[in-house]
Design a protein around this ligand. Sequence first.
Ligand code: SF4
Length: 78
Amino acid sequence: MLEDMSATPVRVDAGLCEGHALCIQLAPEVFDLSDDEVASAARTDGQWDQDTWDNVKSAVDACPRQAISLLNTSTKGQ
Ligand code: SF4
């Protein structure tokens, strides 16, 4: 079954993030780093095209702190 990527907001837990910036290297169109070196999701609306979605998933997998969450709002609870 195809993944529904039409409504998958992304969130960075600032309490977990250590500012490695791997997510920004992988998906610079989505993630940003603040002055205090905590990442945030610059785009949280979840309206991804396929390339951006792939980059977001790579960032989730690469984050050493597991600080990035994909919030499935339309289907499963987790
Ligand atoms: S890869 Fe994870 S820990 Fe590193 S900046 Fe991004 S969210 Fe933060």
